[in-house]
Design a protein around this ligand. Structure first.
Ligand SMILES: Nc1ncnc2c1ncn2[C@@H]1O[C@H](COP(=O)(O)OP(=O)(O)OP(=O)(O)O)[C@@H](O)[C@H]1O
Ligand SMILES: [Mg+2]
Length: 534
């Protein structure tokens, strides 16, 4: 009682109110600062002259990459708002595949502008709504400068793939990798339903040894493993009849852990005989179906194939590739035009795939099994990527993925825009004109949004060692004069027409980057407290 009367309730209330609003401001500021720090971390890797990152994990594994999504994914981030930026670049990776650095850099710049607006006393909801409007308008601007592209136009697709590869560690191989990406996508595309393109139909196998130049596209399928030849089975098979099996060729196990005690040799012989007969029965059924190449799925219950089984299969002159992953089954059955077989009784000739040649070949430091000349092959492609070491190989794989995604974007939305920060500057120009027609705070926020996008030309020129302020001012001037394709030519260090330089990128990459970045900023704006849970 004495305690409550000592503090006047009115004063306590005002104190609490004051503290509460201060906390909200604090939470927002901390979130923005943390997210901006993440954006700054990847900023230097934007563009063809951007730096690469070496990511070292505690177990000693090292990767070298320029891919924004990969850098952020490997980064140890604990702050919740900073994590949102990591998720943002992941979303961009899923939606567009490329532009994962740009999206984070744009988001960081928008947050910086938002913080300035907050400091001036603009309400977060007003900022959030105006940014939303500005982002929609920005997408309209992009659509107005976009150039339609036809999928028949191989040259245009090649240019887009080359632009995406130009900022990668393996950019010197872009003359080989871009045609590969374009051809791979064009091969798997179904002309009747082009929008149902699935990149899972393109299988990329990486094999160390040789250089990226030795990479090839295989008209068939490649298995990353050797043929199982321990028991003397064949390593090459012409006129192959290929069976893809999901059952095990090994003695069955009981469900429970139990022991069978064998006390004398005659009993032991019987056990062996039973096992032999059981396996021999399976092998005979396989042979009877006409199958001469067997692909065996991995089993988690027991050995998918035992040494004894391999021995009998070798005697029956059946080539064996074991350890096929469950996840590969769909791709393999689609490519080989065969059906996976779940039980030996279902081994029927009509379920087998047919190919001219199945052969184990030496590639670099290892061996792979290649299947070529597949009869009525499905719409899939296999790319065999090569590289002198793991670092190059993995980065080549990631870069090829970006290039494939760029082509996929063009299939989904057939428009190209120019690169080299020309779209961002055009948005800046159009939005700042538009902001003049708006009233009040909204006009102010739209102008801030437009200025935030200039982070792209600023960063591109900064990374290329150019004078950013000079470049940005000149770009502004040219766009105001109506040169909507003017962009920064980082190679020559001046401003040129990006269309003539062949620096083009899919419209979808930039629109999705701007939309996703704005969404994240709006989300961060609307958070006023962090509630920890146990
Ligand atoms: N030859 C070029 N000249 C000028 N600018 C270029 C050129 N090639 C690409 N760019 C620009 O570089 C930016 C892309 O850089 P980068 O590929 O490093 O990042 P990203 O595509 O955002 O992310 P990531 O490729 O890591 O997913 C785009 O703004 C693009 O317009
Ligand atoms: Mg890129």
């Amino acid at each position: 009682m004495a305690g409550t009367s000592s503090k006047p309730p009115v004063q306590k209330k005002t104190n609490e109110l004051y503290r509460e609003s201060a906390r909200k401001k604090d939470v927002r500021t901390t979130n923005i600062e943390a997210a901006k720090a993440v954006a700054d971390a990847v900023r230097t890797s934007l563009g063809p002259r951007g730096m690469d990152k070496m990511v070292a994990s505690p177990n000693g594994e090292v990767i070298i990459t320029n891919d924004g999504a990969t850098i952020l994914q490997k980064m140890t981030v604990t702050q919740p708002a900073a994590k949102m930026l990591v998720e943002l670049s992941k979303s961009q990776d899923v939606v567009a595949g490329d532009g994962t650095t740009s999206v984070v850099v744009i988001c960081g710049a928008l947050l910086k502008k938002a913080q300035e607006l907050l400091d001036k006393g603009v309400h977060p909801t007003v900022i959030s709504d105006s940014f939303n409007k500005a982002a929609q308008k920005a997408c309209e601007v992009l659509e107005s400068v976009a150039i339609p592209v036809d999928l028949e136009d191989r040259e245009a697709l090649l240019k887009a793939a080359t632009t995406s590869l130009s900022s990668k560690v393996v950019s010197q191989y872009s003359s080989l990798l871009s045609p590969m990406a374009v051809d791979a996508v064009l091969k798997v595309i179904d002309p009747e339903r082009p929008n149902l393109l699935d990149l899972n139909d393109i299988r990329v196998i990486t094999k160390a040894g040789g250089t990226v130049d030795d990479s090839e596209m295989v008209d068939g399928i490649v298995f990353d493993q050797k043929a199982a030849k321990a028991a003397g089975g064949p390593g090459r098979m012409e006129n192959a009849k290929i069976g893809l099996i999901q059952f095990c060729i090994s003695p069955p196990k009981s469900d429970l852990e139990n022991n069978v005690i064998v006390s004398d040799y005659t009993q032991m012989d019987r056990v062996y005989k039973e096992e032999r007969n059981y396996i021999l029965g399976i092998v005979k059924k396989i042979k009877a179906s006409g199958c001469n190449v067997l692909l065996i799925q991995k089993s988690i219950l027991r050995d998918a194939v035992t040494d004894l089984a391999l021995h009998y299969l070798a005697k029956a002159k059946i080539m064996v590739v074991r350890d096929i992953e469950r996840s590969e089954i769909e791709f393999i059955s689609k490519t080989l035009n065969c059906l996976p077989i779940a039980h030996v009784d279902h081994m029927k000739p009509e379920k087998l795939g047919t190919a001219e040649l199945v052969e184990e070949v030496e590639v670099g430091k290892g061996r792979v099994v290649k299947v070529t000349g597949i009869v009525s092959k499905g719409r899939t492609t296999t790319v065999l990527l090569r590289g002198s070491n793991k670092l190059v190989l993995e980065e080549a794989d990631r870069s090829l993925h970006d290039a494939l995604c760029v082509i996929r974007c063009l299939v989904n939305k057939r428009f190209l825009i120019t690169g080299g920060s020309s779209p961002e500057t055009e948005i800046f120009y159009q939005l700042s004109q538009w902001s003049k027609t708006l009233m009040g705070m909204e006009s102010y926020c739209v102008r801030a949004f437009a200025e935030a996008l200039e982070v792209v030309p600023y960063t591109l020129s900064e990374n290329a060692g150019l004078n950013p302020i000079q470049m940005v001012t000149e770009l502004r001037k040219l766009h105001a004069q109506g040169q909507k394709y003017a962009g920064i030519n980082v190679k020559k260090g001046c401003i040129t027409n990006m269309l003539e330089e062949n620096v083009v990128q899919p419209l979808l990459v930039t629109t999705s980057a701007i939309t996703l970045a704005t969404e994240t900023v709006r989300m961060i704006m609307k958070i006023d407290d962090i509630v920890p849970t146990r």
